[in-house]
Write a protein that binds this ligand. Sequence first.
Ligand SMILES: Nc1ncnc2c1ncn2[C@@H]1O[C@H](COP(=O)(O)OP(=O)(O)OP(=O)(O)O)[C@@H](O)[C@H]1O
Length: 589
Amino acid sequence: MLKTLNLLLGEQAPLLRRYAWMAALYGVLCGLCTALLLPLMAQLLQAQWRGAGAWLLALLAAVVLAWWWRGRVEQAGVGVGVAVLQTGRHRLGAHVARLPMGWFNAQNTAKVSHLVTQGMMAVAQLPAHVFTPVISGVVAPLVVLALLFVQDWRLGLVGLLALPLLLGVLLLTARMGRWADAAFQRDFAQTGQRMVEFAQAQSVLRAFQGGGQSTRFVAQAIDQQRQSAGHLIAVSALSSVLNVWAVQAVFAALLVAVVIGIDQHSAQVLAPGQVIGTVLSMLLISRFVEPLLELVGYAEALRTARGQLDAMDALFAQQPLPQPQQPPHPQLPRDASITLRDVHFSYGAGQPAVLRGINLHVPPGSMTALVGASGSGKSTLVRLMARFWDVDQGGVLIGGSDVRQMDEAQLAAQISQIFQDSYLFAGSIADNIRIGRPGASDAELWEAARQAGVDSIAQRLPGGLDSPVGEGGAQLSGGERQRIAIARALIKDAPILLVDEATAALDTENQALIAQTLERLRGQRTVVVIAHQLSTIAMADQVLVLEGGQVVEQGTPAQLAARAGRYAQWLAQRAQAQGWRMAAGGEPV
Ligand SMILES: Nc1ncnc2c1ncn2[C@@H]1O[C@H](COP(=O)(O)OP(=O)(O)OP(=O)(O)O)[C@@H](O)[C@H]1O
């Protein structure tokens, strides 16, 4: 728990240590107040008023000191809570930003969103409201235990023996709670993910189910969450009862010890000294048990925050892709070529191989088209070039340098991407294009917009290029979003362009736009395109046909068309389907 808090706090971690010491000192002060209460009670019981007055003054001074110190501790705790909120979110965000692109699936994204909102609040509450009574609830009984030993060693011994038993019960209930909490958090995140999906998929749902209906997935997720919430509530209630019983059992054991002590001295009438001793023992026992009861009252809050901290810990344990060490690395690319050497890749240990022994060389300034059936590995191959993940075997080289030996920013500077799922941020059209090159001038912005056909969108909208696109580009059509993504890639002016030529998302106008863009950049940039249009394939210097994660054919469009192999077959099917007629050289007519 402390390890993760330290991770969240980073350079501010000393604040937590200082606060913990302050809270422990507060526990000692509480114990000191109890210590001063003993002589005061003894003097009162013996009717020694002067002595009692002196001890009373000392006790009042200690109580005032403890109150004042408690205020300081609370302030320090709130300070740590605020630091957790401020620094923790940044550190978590900075860590997530370094994780491989492949890590960002819907489930992980929902988890992160839950952690930085509710999770971070639950964790920040710990130092602000929970740790002070918990730390003092541990320290104060230890001081009182020492006093118990001074008062009567047998009582001290009972108290000492009770502590590990109490600790055992607390640990057991905490573990039970953690299991139940982990299941609840998992189901909670799953429901959140399903609800977002439900909202986003409204058009599909209404088309297939009519309005107002939930999906089976949402219903299942909610049902699962209801079950795990019920389980968690039951476990929490049982834990509370067990914890309180354990403390009460310690209380009872100490009382029994006092009674047995009395019996050994005298069964009939207590001597005055025995009366005082008994009263003081009872007082110590109650002061021993009281903070323990308060401590177990916070078990629930601790467990909830613990679950969130565990999830944050697991997130911090996710490793970013290794970065090259200096010197002599990182390496610089010598040109805009792309080479794949015997690349093998799967999406995780135990998962089937998606790419198997790919060898490929894309010379600088040339254009390579990837074709193949759905699931043959085209997108995976292109994304490996941008180091979304690291290959399992072999290597991906940009300009002769292995991408694993290149600086992350250096690699990013080499590559522009136009993918089907290019995300638009809630901002203006101009903001979204400028992501490609934040320092671009207005003239460069307009030039990229013109080349990508965004100028016609801007003319239609009252705000021009400053018109908002809505969250995720919701205020634009799919084709318009795609054009902005193209403008963003063009303004970046990177020497390598990776393109996933969208199929369904693009209308003929946009298809033509991509074709024009590729035509214009031909010879100027290294282009790798996942091609669906015959016209695009015909433009390519080389075509790779992928099947089952392997390159089954490779050559110029003309060579492949003449070979009567897979490409020619595929070409014939496409031509038939689209009413295209291909010339013998592979060029569409
Ligand atoms: N994130 C992922 N996790 C696990 N498996 C994946 C992931 N992405 C893709 N795959 C699997 O890898 C294989 C290749 O997928 P890929 O998307 O590279 O194929 P593709 O040729 O681009 O397909 P399409 O033309 O339909 O986009 C498929 O079997 C797919 O199920």
